[in-house]
Design a protein around this ligand. Structure first.
Ligand code: G3I
Length: 370
């Protein structure tokens, strides 16, 4: 298992990359070096090093990356016996070259399944896919990736198991079996459960029961990922603090794995990240096309600062913070739940320039909290 730290790397980039980041800009991975990993979800263009500005920022700011889409089943296993590891191999090479840890995402998820599996009802076929996919993919990247989101979003909001093809065909022990197979195939990578809204009491209780079930089966689980898709003016701080203490009590790592603070309203205004809940909107749902008002920028900046003060308060339990994207322009929140909106959920703007929220986060590390 590889764990890379900062240091000399920054220098090498600045001398030969015309897109080199301005070294007067502090580095997130440097200022939080003694606390937790700092990461970003990255897309295919960054992985193939076709987006120089993004790559320079990723290398300067982050010591962890999560592939936003390219290690998901529909891309990495397009056919029963056909696997496409091209982009995933490039990701590992990019990460190794730049001393960055890869959190691979994700082995078992009800969404972005390969076409041949989407409506699969035959139990033996689901089991064959389940065993083959975990075993083949996890074994190939054993020790090359720092960690896996072994199972993603298996729970409903009330904490019960989501009615996926895996539950229908394999029953309610499929999550334990997924971790058992991953543990066998990838002894040198950490294994995590990842979900959204598991800071909310009912869903949190379901996640805790699931983790205890894996542990009592004698199977390895190293941590839990709270995705963190929240609204900048509605971050559930109390629930987040409770979830850090309750999950840590299980003896596992706690991570915030897909952090973004939207400044736009959702049609239903709850914090769901369920991709099927799309809705048609109007200009009132897309009010910041020509720029973000200072008042909203300040709300987001304070929200990110408050979050990082909380993460630092629990730095012995919180091991990684990953933003879901590199800059505002690349965020999935420009096209979800309503397509074609202009959102500003991250720390860097559409020109890769740090926003006030970035300096608010940096200030939490330099003001003696860490
Ligand atoms: O690659 C195709 C491209 O060929 C095609 O031209 C284009 C137009 O339809 O679609 C492209 O695929 C898109 C893919 O992202 C790559 O950009 C899919 O339509 C789109 O649905 C997919 O969205 C991803 C979404 O997961 C799908 O579920 C988002 O980028 C990604 O940020 C999002 O990430 C999820 C996490 O994995 C799990 N947690 C929630 C999070 C947000 O939904």
């Amino acid at each position: 298992m590889i764990l890379f730290f900062t240091g000399a790397l920054l220098l090498s980039c600045s001398t030969n990359e015309s897109y080199a980041q301005d070294e007067r800009i502090p580095s997130l991975k440097k200022v939080f070096d003694k606390n937790f990993l700092i990461g970003a979800a990255i897309n295919a263009r960054a992985i193939e090093e076709k987006d120089k500005a993004a790559d320079a920022l990723i290398i300067q700011q982050f010591n962890a990356v999560t592939p936003e889409n390219i290690m998901k089943a529909e891309i990495i296993q397009p056919g029963w016996d056909s696997y496409n590891f091209d982009l995933a191999d490039k990701l590992v090479a990019f990460a190794q070259k730049n001393k960055i840890n890869v959190n691979a995402h994700t082995l078992i998820w009800h969404s972005q399944l390969p076409p041949f599996m989407r409506r699969m009802k035959d139990v033996d076929s689901v089991r064959k896919y389940f065993v083959d996919h975990i075993t083949k993919v996890a074994a190939r990247f054993d020790g090359k990736v720092y960690s896996w989101d072994v199972v993603n979003e298996a729970l409903n909001e009330d904490g019960t198991l989501r009615n996926s093809i895996f539950l229908q065909a394999l029953g309610d022990s499929y999550v334990v079996e997924a971790f058992r197979l991953a543990q066998k195939a990838s002894p040198h990578s950490k294994l995590y459960y990842n979900d959204y809204n598991i800071e909310q009491p009912k869903k949190r209780a379901g996640a805790i029961a699931l983790i205890k079930k894996i542990q009592s089966a004698g199977v390895r689980i190293d941590g839990v990922g709270i995705q963190g898709h929240w609204r900048a003016d509605n971050v559930p701080m109390n629930e987040i603090e409770e979830s850090i203490t309750e999950f840590s009590a299980l003896g596992i790592e706690v991570m915030f794995t897909e952090l973004d603070l939207s400044v736009l309203k959702n049609p239903w205004d709850n914090n769901s990240a369920n991709v099927s809940d799309t809705a048609k909107g109007n200009s009132s749902m897309n009010p910041y096309v020509s720029g973000l008002p200072d008042s909203v920028e300040q709300i987001q900046s304070k929200a990110y600062g408050d979050l990082f003060r909380l993460f630092l308060k629990y730095k012995t339990n919180v091991t990684r913070i990953t933003f879901w994207g590199v800059n505002d322009g690349q965020s999935w929140l420009n096209n979800w739940p309503i397509g074609g909106r202009t959102n500003y959920p991250l720390l860097f703007d559409r020109n890769f320039k740090p926003k006030p929220a970035f300096y608010s986060v940096i200030a939490t590390a330099t003001s003696g909290n860490n």
